[in-house]
Design a protein around this ligand. Structure first.
Ligand code: B12
Ligand code: SF4
Length: 476
């Protein structure tokens, strides 16, 4: 059938001088590509995956590797931050080997697919939303020179070069029918793929998404790929995947990257009971909302090996939470964090600064909030309007602010809350972060973690050296 190579493109380090961060940030593989590659292999293609950031490849290097390997198809996954680098790869390929067909997909295409196809003429076909079933139909139609107009979920170029978009595809209801992600295609898996430093109790680590979709409507969140209807793997399927990861790769910790792992208490309880009855030597972490956890479920999760839960806390201001349509209260957050801490599960709080409407008063409320809850980790992002989120449409309508795409990574105040300069917001950002991480009990916790787990210590040392090298303007 020929060769298809899937590519996770390099993400530009848009915040200048922060390349050293790569030593401590998340370096997990794209689960989307692992599933698509498994599907392509199942239908007979020779398949490979290139994780560009992990290999530290530039777009030009990726393009040259692809040209040497001469695949029939290239499949690129796109977040908004990666689109321009993917555009460079596609341009080089099309100049040198125009017969190679370039497919693109991912969250950016699900939210801004049409505009992107218009802007980047080297992308041949875009797949929007979930890709596994569409990919199969698409490859079949292209190989057999059939018209693409009857395939739902794509954007393609017609014979007259006009861009056509077909209907939104149906959701995949039975997630258990999808193949096992093709971890075996990653040459350096699992050793090279680590989450952010301190975000795992032991290595090797893997990631997996056991559900798709989220019924909540938070204004800052891009849910365009999986939509509002939540679908799950059965507890048995998740258990089987964990067993496979343990037996085949010796994985010791699994990060569930679902939008909302604890959406349905009964399902999480059934899954936990399965693990308690048939233990696997693996800890795990997951996501929940402060109003979806119950003490009885948390106790079972702990017993089943749950190590950390990430909660989207966002802000310490009820008024701002309402503006975000977060459908949760600060008081509920305090209670959920307390319950989780009490059963012995680590809490990661995800917060943001600079949402439209943020004031000095709401910032002070957030500072007070984080002071009074037992968080072990705090992720503070700079509010970023991602295409596909309702707030993006409110702020920019349907316009494409292309100049900002490479900076949409949560590390830049692309939008500046009224009444603040970027410098003022940055100062508040640093104050909240350092205020948290300089607390003696937090410092002690992370010191202990570094001493007990050498992977953390090694990463920390490399990070320190890279900062020094940046200061002396050398690249490590
Ligand atoms: C895990 C995760 C991460 C991980 C791993 C990312 C990775 N390597 O894939 C980490 C922590 C590294 C990460 C980082 C970031 N992330 Co993130 N992440 C996620 C999360 C929670 C799950 C992604 C996932 O694996 N989903 C499951 C798989 C099965 O889905 P998938 O990858 O989308 O693939 C499916 C389809 O999209 C499609 N598809 C995808 N690619 C292709 C390609 C082809 C050819 C085809 C045919 C189909 C296709 O088919 C796949 C199978 O159905 C999503 C939320 C979400 N619900 O998607 C956010 C999300 C993707 N992240 C987001 C963002 C913004 C980021 C960051 C920019 C910043 C940040 N604050 O997190 C960085 C960017 C990366 C970087 N290096 O700078 C946004 C993207 C918004 C946008 N428009 O760009 C999302 C949607 C969160 C949100 N709701 O706003 N992220
Ligand atoms: S932020 Fe979380 S709860 Fe809100 S819509 Fe996104 S995934 Fe759902």
């Amino acid at each position: 059938m020929g060769k298809i190579i899937f590519v996770n493109p390099p993400y530009t380090q848009a915040t200048e001088g922060t390349d050293f961060l790569r030593h401590i940030t998340n370096r997990s593989p794209s689960i989307g590509l692992l599933l698509l590659a498994a599907k392509a292999r199942e239908i007979g293609y020779e398949t490979e995956i290139i994780e560009s950031d992990l290999e530290n490849y530039s777009p030009e290097e990726v393009a040259h590797i692809l040209l040497e390997k001469k695949p029939k198809f290239i499949g690129i996954t796109l977040f908004t931050v990666g689109v321009f680098n993917a555009g460079i790869i596609a341009q080089i390929i099309k100049k040198r080997a125009p017969e190679i067909i370039i497919l693109v997909g991912g969250p950016h295409m699900s939210s801004m697919g049409y505009e992107t196809m218009d802007r980047f003429s080297d992308f041949d076909v875009a797949v929007i939303n979930e890709g596994e079933l569409i990919l199969e139909k698409l490859l079949y139609s292209i190989e057999n020179k059939k018209s693409l107009e009857n395939i739902d979920g794509i954007i393609y170029r017609d014979k007259d070069s006009s861009i056509r978009r077909t209907q939104r595809p149906k959701d995949i209801e039975d997630l258990d029918s999808l193949p096992m992600p093709a971890w075996d295609l990653l040459p350096k898996f699992p050793e090279a793929y680590l989450p952010a430093i301190y975000d795992y109790p032991r290595a090797p680590v893997a990631t997996y998404s056991a559900s798709r979709g989220c019924p909540f409507l938070c204004e800052f969140c891009d849910t365009s790929t999986f939509g509002a209807k939540i679908r799950y793997n059965s507890p048995q399927r998740v258990y089987d995947i964990m067993k496979h990861l343990s037996e085949t790769y010796g994985i010791k910790h699994l990060q569930f990257i679902d939008d909302l792992f604890v959406a349905h208490n009964q399902r999480v309880q059934d899954f936990s009971k399965l693990l308690i009855k048939n233990p696997i030597d693996m800890t795990w972490s997951c996501t929940a909302r402060v109003n979806t956890v119950k003490p009885s479920t948390l106790a079972l999760m702990k017993q089943a090996g749950c190590w950390e839960i990430s909660f989207g806390l966002e802000s310490g201001s009820d008024w701002l939470l309402d503006e975000m349509k977060k459908s949760q209260k600060v008081e509920t957050a305090i209670q959920a964090v307390k319950w989780t801490h009490e059963v012995g599960i680590r809490v990661k709080g995800l917060l943001m600064l600079g949402y439209p409407g943020e004031t000095q008063e709401t910032i002070n409320e957030t500072k007070e909030f984080v002071k009074n809850i037992p968080l072990t980790t705090m992720n503070l992002s700079k509010f970023t309007p991602y295409p596909g989120s309702p707030i993006y449409r409110k702020l920019y309508g349907a316009s494409i602010i292309e100049s900002d795409w490479e900076r949409l990574n949560g590390m830049n105040f692309v939008y500046k809350a009224e009444g603040f300069t970027e410098e003022e917001l940055d100062k508040e950002y640093q104050e909240i972060l350092t205020g948290f991480y300089k607390r003696p009990q937090i410092l002690w916790y992370y010191t202990k973690m570094s001493l007990c787990n050498l992977t953390h210590l090694k990463r920390l040392l490399r990070f320190g050296l890279a900062i020094l090298a940046t200061k002396f303007n050398k690249k490590i």
